[in-house]
Design a protein around this ligand. Structure first.
Ligand code: ADP
Ligand code: MG
Length: 234
């Protein structure tokens, strides 16, 4: 049987005409939480994208060392700790809002010297996962922490951290279960994370030391801590 191209097209046209006869839905502004979840789909495709964004933030913060921990291929848990400049209480409060960034001071899009500048990563991660940030800026007497769960911000609490920033992401995509179906096995997701860590280290050979750890069950070979410092000239 051949492909019924002509008649099928005509049939579809009738169907859509029928659909148009239904009472039209009114145009409405989507709630902010939904807008953020939709936007998050662009930034957070899989656990490796979370690791990439967080490592880039740590590099932008001037870290000399970045520790990366993942469990369940990053779906269960991603933890990234850096020894960079950290954030003040005020910056932390804003950092998880959409389009909030410290990296575009004069709005000149042609002179960008950081890996990020769109202010999308943290709000996107917070929209689809359980996000917790603890950070200490040199001007603050102690660290501060903030959590975001499925787009809901907690209050800011005093916390303990001597320097830099620790970001924890638990239960990625728990707020958008449909996206979980698109994830591969834990092993494949962990492999994608390794690639991101490797290429971050290679592209920033004078940059920070990156240490990554995977729990034994999701590691393919040696589960022990690894050091990835890119080779000179890499
Ligand atoms: N690890 C970190 N150390 C210090 N500041 C950070 C860190 N991660 C995020 N920030 C702050 O939060 C802001 C928002 O981060 P993000 O959502 O990734 O957007 P962007 O990196 O595009 O600015 C950053 O501009 C930065 O000021
Ligand atoms: Mg960023």
């Amino acid at each position: 049987m051949g492909v019924p191209s002509g008649p099928l097209l005509a049939y579809n046209a009738v169907e859509s005409a029928n659909r148009l006869k239904k009472p039209p839905m009114t145009v409405r502004q989507l709630p902010e939480q939904i807008v953020n979840r939709i936007a998050a789909g662009e930034v957070v495709e899989r656990p490796a994208s979370v690791v990439k964004e967080l490592v880039e933030n740590a590099i932008d913060a001037g870290a000399s060392r970045i520790d990366i921990f993942t469990d369940g291929g990053g779906r269960r848990r991603i933890g990234i700790t850096d020894d960079g400049g950290g954030m003040t209480r005020g910056d932390l409060a804003l950092a998880v809002d959409r389009h909030a960034t410290s990296k575009l001071d004069d709005e000149d899009l042609l002179r960008i010297r950081t890996l990020g500048f769109r202010g999308e990563a943290l709000p996107s991660i917070g929209a689809v996962a359980k996000l917790a940030i603890t950070t200490r800026h040199v001007s603050e007497p102690h660290a501060w922490s903030l959590a975001v769960e499925a787009g809901e911000k907690s209050g800011i609490m005093p916390a303990a951290l001597s320097q830099g920033t620790r970001v924890e992401v638990n239960d990625l995509f728990y707020a958008t279960p449909a996206r979980l179906k698109f994830l591969k096995t834990d092993r494949t997701e962990a492999e994608a994370i390794r690639e991101v860590v490797k290429s971050s280290a290679v592209s920033r050979w004078r940059g920070p030391t990156l240490r990554s750890r995977w729990p034994a069950k999701s590691a393919r070979r040696s589960p022990g801590p690894r050091r990835c410092r890119a080779p000179p000239g890499g």
